[in-house]
Design a protein around this ligand. Structure first.
Ligand SMILES: *[C@@H]1O[C@H](CO)[C@@H](O)[C@H](O)[C@H]1NC(C)=O
Ligand SMILES: *[C@@H]1O[C@H](CO)[C@@H](O)[C@H](O)[C@H]1NC(C)=O
Ligand SMILES: *[C@@H]1O[C@H](CO)[C@@H](O)[C@H](O)[C@H]1NC(C)=O
Ligand SMILES: *[C@@H]1O[C@H](CO)[C@@H](O)[C@H](O)[C@H]1NC(C)=O
Ligand SMILES: *[C@@H]1O[C@H](CO)[C@@H](O)[C@H](O)[C@H]1NC(C)=O
Length: 395
């Protein structure tokens, strides 16, 4: 019993001297803050016994010989307590609030600097109970400085548009984050899905994540790929996004309407539509062996449908010829593919009739009494259904 009282006495005595007794268990906590942000260092100020009260709270920082903050409520109420902070270190950036309810007391440090990191000690002196010391290790996080997205040639991606790349190609895009402490996680996202979280360290405080996209498909057109770099949960990660542009083959080519007979010497507009090609393809028209020149191209607003309208006036000679609409795909892997649609022209015209002497007849030796015969040569589509011979009749 005597020993116990003696010990207790010694404890009280030491704690008022301001020196941390070596044998005292000092609690340890960790705190994180982002540079430029706010740090909160908490400290348990609740007296160990109910009828006791806080007298004095002093904050120290490891490496500094004098305190950085004090709260003094000796012989005052907590509202009248005097606050003091060290101008050379934390000055006006710091404030302290006693805890209430379930919130512990905390020292709040604004505009956190890199140099604010380190071990802090909060010393709480009670009116009756022994002094309590608590350590808080503040880690200052530095968000990454910048992100760069570069293509496989090592070029920065202009206007955040990646490509265009042909359908079927495989590409890789690289995201490089610079700076940050601890080194950030660098990840690739498509929409809200994480698609690549494998990154590697480079020299010069850089982290690289290379995203490989194999065999691009039509569905990847306008896909948005976002690179994110983050080293904490306190502030939003920095990110940068690129949109994938593609070169697409046509899905189909069609001359619009039905291939009905057309009339000679009448002007027609015939349309041909290419769907799904990107960028809008060149469309050419070929009739027989001739290229037609009189056409115009219309591209739908989304660029998905390209229509070419050719104007031409068929002639009798066009009967049986082929009218072809040919679409030139921009996709290099289509070099030996042909995208086209054709019509075989059925040109209607009025019968064209010529009359000649019979071919076996020598018309310079026609005399009375000899037989004469004539040939009627008809060119007509559709074929004639009635044929008449007349002699010396007008109309
Ligand atoms: C404080 O935390 C840092 C890492 O954030 C660590 O390196 C250091 O050792 C810690 N200090 C103490 C005293 O535990
Ligand atoms: C990235 O793409 C380029 C071009 O396609 C290729 O030469 C390079 O080998 C690729 N790099 C990796 C690591 O796949
Ligand atoms: C063909 O198109 C032109 C304009 O492109 C128009 O002026 C003309 O009326 C059209 N002709 C027919 C027969 O539709
Ligand atoms: C283009 O049109 C085709 C057919 O309507 C459709 O299947 C395809 O999704 C469209 N593509 C785009 C990029 O709108
Ligand atoms: C037609 O008859 C004349 C006179 O008999 C003759 O000179 C001429 O060679 C003949 N022509 C033909 C194509 O047989």
């Amino acid at each position: 019993m005597v020993i116990y009282i003696g010990l207790l006495f010694m404890f009280i005595h030491i704690s008022y001297s301001g020196i941390v007794p070596v044998e005292e268990a000092v609690s340890y906590a960790e705190a994180e803050a982002v540079a430029g942000g706010v740090a909160m260092l908490s400290c348990n100020t609740t007296p160990p016994v109910k009828e006791d009260m806080v007298y004095l709270i002093i904050w120290y920082k490891e490496g500094l010989s004098s305190p950085i903050y004090s709260y003094d409520s000796r012989d005052k109420s907590s509202k009248e307590a005097s606050h003091w902070s060290d101008d050379r270190t934390v000055g006006g950036r710091v404030s302290f609030e006693l805890g209430s309810g379930k919130y512990p007391a905390r020292l709040t440090l604004q505009a956190v600097k890199d140099s604010d990191g380190g071990l802090y000690r909060c010393r709480v002196d009670f009116k009756k109970s022994p002094t309590r010391n608590q350590n808080v290790n503040l880690t200052v996080l530095l968000p990454p400085d910048s992100l760069a997205i570069i293509n496989e040639k090592g070029d920065h991606i202009p206007n955040y548009i990646l490509g265009p790349y042909p359908e079927g190609s495989s590409i890789n895009i690289t995201c490089i984050a610079t700076g940050g402490r601890p080194p950030p996680r660098v990840t690739w996202w498509q929409e809200n899905a994480l698609i690549d979280e494998v990154y590697e360290k480079l020299p010069n405080r850089q982290i690289r994540n290379m995203l490989k996209l194999e065999k691009l498909e039509r569905k990847h057109l306008n896909a948005v790929f976002t690179c994110q770099a983050s080293n904490n949960n306190l502030v939003a990660p920095i990110s940068s996004a690129v949109t994938l542009d593609m070169i697409l083959s046509p899905l189909n080519v069609k001359i619009l309407g039905e291939n009905r007979p057309i009339s000679a010497d009448v002007k027609y507009n015939i349309s041909c539509q290419a769907v799904g090609a990107r960028p809008p393809p060149r469309i050419t028209w070929i009739k027989g062996n001739n290229v037609l020149r009189n056409f115009k191209r219309v591209v739908s607003e989304d660029g998905n449908i390209t229509t070419s309208i050719v104007s031409f006036t068929p002639s009798v000679e066009d009967y049986g010829k082929t009218l072809t609409c040919r679409v030139e795909s921009h996709n290099p892997s289509d070099s030996d593919r042909v995208y086209e649609d054709s019509w075989k022209l059925n040109v209607h015209h009025v019968p064209i009739v010529t009359v000649t002497f019979g071919s076996k007849l020598n018309h310079s030796i026609i005399r009375e009494g000899v037989d004469v015969y004539f040939e009627c040569i008809i060119k007509s589509n559709p074929w004639v259904y009635k044929l008449m011979w007349r002699h010396n009749v007008s109309n």
